[in-house]
Write a protein that binds this ligand. Structure first.
Ligand code: ZN
Length: 161
């Protein structure tokens, strides 16, 4: 598997989405005095440490809200930064338009050469275009994540894909 590092310049939707309490199902050894107790032991019938029959249990965990942008928005939006998140943005998800336009530029910093010239009015205009063109998608994000957690931004995002 190879990871492609890319850069995006343009308007995007920034969503605050911290992990919340959840449960996960794992196959594990139910014996509390065993060293494999509550450790993942999939695809085994019995514990290789103590011989107890493996069972499926639900354990508490912290997990991000389940949200698949491709099915939730019919692939009209894409999520950046799904592989790795930069410092300070662990609890955020960034979405960009996935149709032709509005302006926004993806490039590969290792092999593409780009110069992006802009100014205040152009930036504001691009943010407004994003808001208009993706009105229903943005409304859906507000519905799922909360109105106060969804913001339109303009900037430079490095991401892995
Ligand atoms: Zn065991």
């Amino acid at each position: 598997m190879s990871i492609d590092y890319k850069c995006y310049v343009g308007p995007y939707v920034k969503v605050y989405s911290p992990d919340s309490p959840s449960t996960k199902e794992i196959e594990t050894c139910p014996n509390p005095s065993c060293s494999k107790h509550q450790k993942y032991m999939g695809h085994q019938k019995c514990c290789d440490e103590c011989g107890t029959k493996i069972v499926t249990v639900k354990l508490p965990t912290m997990a991000p809200l389940s949200f698949d942008v491709f099915t939730e928005t019919d692939a009209t939006m894409a999520e950046l930064m799904t592989e790795t998140k930069p410092k300070g943005l662990k609890d955020f998800r960034l979405f960009v338009g996935n149709r032709c336009g509005p302006p926004g530029l993806h490039f590969n910093p290792h092999c593409d050469t780009y110069a992006v010239e802009t100014n205040g009015p152009a930036i504001i205009s691009q943010m407004q275009q994003l808001e208009t063109m993706y009105m229903s998608e943005i409304a859906h994000l507000k519905e799922v994540f909360g109105k106060e957690n969804v913001q339109i931004k303009w900037g430079v995002v490095g991401y892995a894909r």
